[in-house]
Design a protein around this ligand. Structure first.
Ligand SMILES: [Mg+2]
Length: 177
């Protein structure tokens, strides 16, 4: 069970994920979480830094889709100005939205990375669907709702288990939790 919560890599933010590394792993598509991964929960528009990242990722030939459990109005306000396709109300970690995202990307699961800030939604959903998950530190963990706080509790338990087994990818030493 805990192995399904194991990210392939851990990073401080999306901006620190080396695109060459994704390429070397054979990954051509990115499924990105929205809240606390690309923007903080209270940010209502894409930041210039995020817009530049999306542009750079695409210039390098990656396909991107945003998959969020948040509502359509919230997700579209960020994704549409960026010109990034999105799936809202995704019900991660269920596989449905991830499969739908693969159809949008027109890529098989082994070619697609998932970038997110939660083990219980992003990483678990990715592993169950055969995708490669990368974990980033939440942008503003203080702004999280009750459900997410519960998830964080499960994360702490899973993370310490995986660490004890020497499985946690601690290389960057970047985890703030
Ligand atoms: Mg998130």
């Amino acid at each position: 069970m805990f192995k399904y919560l194991l990210p392939e890599g851990v990073f401080r933010s999306v901006y620190e994920i080396d695109l060459n590394m994704l390429r070397e792993l054979g990954l051509l598509g990115i499924i990105a979480d929205l809240d606390n991964t690309l923007v903080s929960a209270r940010t209502t528009a894409a930041t210039p830094e995020l817009a530049r990242w999306v542009e750079g990722v695409r210039e390098r030939g990656f396909r991107v889709v945003i998959v969020s459990n948040n509502r359509r109005a919230r997700v579209s306000a960020i994704a549409e100005p960026l010109g990034v396709p999105y799936i809202s109300s995704a019900r991660k970690p269920l596989a449905g939205a991830f499969r739908q995202a693969l159809r949008l990307l027109e890529l098989p699961p082994e070619r697609v990375a998932v970038i997110g800030d939660q083990l219980v939604t992003d990483v678990l959903g990715a592993r169950r669907t055969g995708l490669t998950p990368f974990l980033v530190s939440p942008i503003a963990p203080g702004e999280e709702g009750l459900a997410t706080q519960m998830n964080r509790l499960i994360e702490r338990i899973a993370r310490s288990r995986l660490r004890r087994k020497g499985l946690w990818p601690d290389g960057e030493g970047s985890w703030r939790g």
